[in-house]
Design a protein. Structure first.
Length: 177
């Protein structure tokens, strides 16, 4: 089996099962999953913005001072917008997720071709195809029903990626292709 798959076999399997569980929850509660993603993104942007502004103010002599300050403030503003009105960003987030899933599909396909013919490589290729397809579906229906679509499609993506991780790290009990 190629080294890339064997290195963290136990951890990868655990992560796979976690991805499957979170994916199922995301599909069962799609609007809540979208809300959770929006709030998480808002919090991350707020913290990043505060950090950026703080570092910029400490290093006043840095040449791109105004630029870094503006970017930090923009992170804070967008973070606060998402935290105070999380569904306002669902349309934009659906566009970003569409692009992300499309790129993830391309990346997973490249990895699948690299590890081929290792046991389970076709599951990784199937995951790549589904990720790419989800990306295309989101982009084709954008802006669409972003509030539920994000939760459902993220859930599907997590389940498929999780299953690919579980199968690749299995000891042969799962069918291989």
């Amino acid at each position: 089996m190629p080294t890339e798959i064997v290195v963290e076999r136990g951890n990868l399997r655990r992560v796979g099962w976690i991805l499957i569980a979170v994916g199922v929850i995301s599909i069962l509660l799609p609007t809540l999953a979208t809300l959770a993603l929006e709030l998480t993104l808002g919090a991350v942007l707020l913290v990043a913005g505060v950090g950026q502004v703080g570092l910029t103010l400490r290093a006043k002599t840095d040449r791109p001072f105004a630029w870094r300050l503006a970017i930090g403030m923009l992170h804070i503003v967008v973070g606060l917008m998402l935290l105070t009105n999380p569904f306002s960003g669902a349309v934009a987030m659906s566009l970003v997720l569409g692009i992300l899933f499309l790129l993830e599909g391309i990346w997973e396909a490249a990895i699948a071709m690299k590890v081929r013919p290792a046991r389970g490589w076709s599951w990784l290729m199937a995951s790549a195809a589904i990720s790419g397809l989800l990306g295309l579906l989101i982009l084709a229906n954008w802006p669409g029903d972003a509030a539920w679509m994000i939760g459902v499609f993220v859930g599907i993506n997590l389940i498929v990626s999780g299953w690919a991780a579980v199968v690749i790290t299995s000891d042969g009990a799962t069918p291989s292709a």
